[in-house]
Design a binder for this molecule. Structure first.
Ligand code: CU
Length: 76
């Protein structure tokens, strides 16, 4: 099932961070889209929840050095 999740990043500072984050998330199998919002430091991810869950995505972010918190707001 396709799901849209949003994460709040804690230590993203610049465009280079955004690129690193996008690359790390998009390299995961089951992720179809990843968008980083520089202003809010939020990342919106479209993923197949059966193939990759949010925990796995957060692990991938932690691996490249970024802490993230899931945002509870649900998207349509
Ligand atoms: Cu940076």
């Amino acid at each position: 099932m396709s799901e849209t999740s949003r994460l709040q990043l804690e230590n993203m500072m610049c465009e280079f961070c955004a690129e690193t984050i996008e690359r790390a998330v998009q390299s995961l199998p089951g992720v179809s889209k990843c968008e980083v919002d520089m202003a809010t430091k939020q990342v919106t991810i479209q993923h197949n929840s059966e193939r990759v869950n949010l925990e796995r995505i957060q692990q991938a972010l932690a691996k490249v050095g970024y802490k993230s918190q899931p945002l509870t707001s649900t998207l349509p």
